[in-house]
Design a protein around this ligand. Structure first.
Ligand SMILES: Cc1cc2nc3c(=O)[nH]c(=O)nc-3n(C[C@H](O)[C@H](O)[C@H](O)COP(=O)(O)OP(=O)(O)OC[C@H]3O[C@@H](n4cnc5c(N)ncnc54)[C@H](O)[C@@H]3O)c2cc1C
Length: 525
């Protein structure tokens, strides 16, 4: 049976960060992810790199962690961060004592702030409501969570680690006091495999209690559902937050070619398949429009939801801390297993560092953490592709970071300079570059890596072109199934935002796909 020193379960930002940290400390590590990397909460959040300001009053521990980590991430993962800044604004009716408590909390947590005159705030963000009462500038930023998590996986692989997606851990066999074997199953072939790990790290986020239960262990997990709405176009230069106790519909994040409105907080129905409801969509638009009136008539592109894997400290939802815990399972008979709960995308690196410190102690390893200093990936050279417009090259720099030149050269050498996804301006070569990677099995995997199909048409106008660009020579993949799965996934996000003219357009699209192309069978049924 295969052996590994450290097995990481879960390929979200936290698992990917742990893998990288282990690899950089010279440990032999393998990560198993049940779906695609970054398809859990890490790929379904609001993409905000927190300055810590949001938690300055209510959750000072998390505020401090975010303040420190956001600086570190800027230095190690700069290309994946849109450092557009942020602003907190209050409106009539908001608690008038809050701004003072906010400034005090930010001071204590080390969050940089800048008090702004209303006139100055409106100059910086002309679409803000002219009813705002106060404004404070902060250094929030927008981050691409897919590129961040995938960058960690790639960096870990370069350092010698292994990572496999579409491999679900289904069973763990325990000996006297340790986990002896881990059994996992391939999502496509159904093949079962086994591995013998020295240490198991459970970084399965919302599923961590389920994974721990495989060895009758428990983790203190309080799940909380949050939904978000994607709006066509960037409405602001930077992030806008409501200057009040964290509540629903407080945050507006510009992200690539869109704006993301968030979030809500609700008790979830179950651990799988979280979906945004029409009521949540309405609430988000109403609350965010109070800060940015233009959003009342915006085109909503899609809505999505994920679960926050929060630490159960007796509080729920907005009252639960956003800090994190590491649980050692020695007391429940698994001395070689630990679990992580809580935290934020912003603090994934810190969580990983602390988890790997515990692993090192268990293994008697003395290597030090290097992830706070070493850049995620090293650039593969300057870009000199004259046939690709600068605008596209700049977009590739933001999405692929140090891999920009490699992807751009692939576009040139594979005659891939034609635009395939017009909304997100993705080129044919970008798609064929990623389609050739062994991790990539579905069109959604390509979307996570390139943004193709993520824009305002939600793949209505580009799904066929994406499929054609992704087709591998001599492949036996079932194109119809690939396309239908992709369209079904996109449709799930579109449904909660349909209204008026957009609903009519969606019905037209649906007829076209069913009638002309005989697709979306299950929808018709
Ligand atoms: C609505 C919402 C908005 C948020 N917004 C922000 C934000 O703007 N900024 C921020 O900093 N944080 C934000 N967060 C928090 C952040 O997204 C999470 O804290 C973080 O992504 C958790 O990462 P993770 O790796 O622990 O979990 P996940 O990303 O969920 O990863 C866990 C992985 O484990 C895998 N897995 C589960 N079971 C198994 C198994 N049996 N075998 C193999 N793999 C398995 C899952 O498929 C999943 O990919 C938000 C969270 C939510 C829900």
């Amino acid at each position: 049976m295969a052996r590994v020193q450290v097995l990481v379960i879960g390929g979200g930002a936290v698992g990917a960060g742990i893998l990288r940290d282990l690899a950089l400390r010279g440990m032999d590590a393998l990560l198993l992810e049940q779906g695609d990397f970054c398809s859990g909460a890490s790929g379904g959040n609001q993409g905000m790199l927190h300055s810590g300001a949001r938690y300055a009053v209510k959750d000072p521990v998390s505020a401090k962690e975010c303040a420190k980590e956001s600086h570190i991430l800027r230095s190690i993962a700069g290309p994946f961060i849109d450092d557009c800044g942020g602003m907190f604004v209050s409106l009539p009716g908001d608690d008038e004592g809050y701004p003072e408590a906010f400034l005090k909390g930010c001071g204590k947590a080390g969050v940089e702030v800048e008090s702004l005159e209303i006139k100055e705030a409106l100059l910086r963000e002309p679409r803000l409501s002219n009813r705002i009462r106060s404004a404070i500038g902060v250094n929030d930023a927008s981050i691409d969570p897919f590129s961040l998590a995938l960058g960690n996986i790639e960096s870990a692989r370069i350092a010698g680690a292994k990572a496999l997606n579409y491999q679900r851990v289904v069973r763990m066999k325990r000996g006297k006091s340790t986990v002896e074997e881990v059994h996992y199953q391939d999502a496509f072939s159904g093949e079962m495999k086994r591995i013998k790990p020295e240490i198991v790290v459970n970084a399965a986020g919302a599923w961590s209690a389920k994974v721990a239960s495989l060895v009758q262990a428990q983790v203190p997990l309080a799940l909380d559902k949050g939904s978000m709405v994607v709006v066509d176009g960037r409405y602001t230069h930077g992030l806008i937050n409501r200057l009040r106790m964290p509540s629903d519909g407080d945050i507006i994040v510009p992200s690539h070619s869109t704006t993301i409105l968030g979030t809500t907080s609700e008790a979830p129905g179950g651990v799988d398949g979280a979906r945004a409801s029409v009521e949540e969509v309405e609430k988000l638009r109403k609350e965010c429009s109070a800060m940015l009136p233009g959003l009342e008539s915006c085109r909503m592109v899609r809505a999505y939801a994920r679960l926050r894997p929060l630490v159960d400290n007796g509080e729920r939802g907005r009252d639960a801390s956003r800090s994190f815990s590491i649980i050692e399972h020695s007391s429940s008979g698994s001395e070689n297993m630990i679990s992580l709960v809580g935290g934020k995308l912003t603090t994934y690196r810190l969580m990983a560092e602390k988890a790997v410190d515990v692993v090192s102690e268990l293994l008697g390893d003395r290597a030090r953490c290097r992830t706070a200093k070493e850049p995620l990936l090293v650039s593969s050279g300057a870009v000199t592709v004259r046939t690709i417009p600068n605008r596209s090259l700049e977009r590739m720099r933001r999405k692929y970071g140090p891999r920009q030149a490699e992807v751009a050269r692939h576009c040139q050498t594979h005659r891939g300079e034609e635009r395939v996804c017009d909304c997100e301006e993705v080129l044919r070569g970008e798609i064929s570059y990623f389609a050739g990677h062994p991790d990539v099995r579905t069109l959604s995997d390509i979307m996570r890596r390139t943004r193709a199909g993520m824009g305002y048409c939600q793949s209505s106008l580009c799904a066929f072109k994406i499929l054609s660009a992704a087709r591998k020579e001599n492949s036996d993949e079932n194109s119809r199934r690939l396309l239908e799965d992709f369209l079904a996934e996109r449709r799930r996000g579109i449904e909660p935002v349909l209204e008026g003219e957009q609903l009519r357009q969606e019905i037209f699209r649906s007829y076209l796909l069913q009638g002309t192309y005989r697709l979306e069978r299950e929808a018709a049924e």
